[in-house]
Design a protein around this ligand. Structure first.
Ligand SMILES: [Zn+2]
Length: 64
């Protein structure tokens, strides 16, 4: 699954609109990061307004 970083919520929302009704998608909102994330299983893609640093910091749990 591809990970795409979007600049703002509007960009995510336009992706959500274009997938809506045609694709299997999930939308997640993080109040902590104030970030919107779209997971589209049909596009096989995750699109988020999270910053790359936020994602890598959280997923890089093996390095201390
Ligand atoms: Zn899609």
């Amino acid at each position: 699954m591809d990970l795409g970083f979007c600049i703002n919520e509007e960009a995510i929302k336009s992706h959500i609109k274009s997938c809506e009704g045609k694709h299997i998608q999930q939308i997640a909102y993080s109040s902590f990061h104030d970030a919107l994330t779209q997971v589209c299983f049909t596009c096989n893609c995750v699109r988020t307004t999270l910053k790359r640093e936020d994602v890598e910091e959280k997923t890089n749990i093996n390095s201390s």
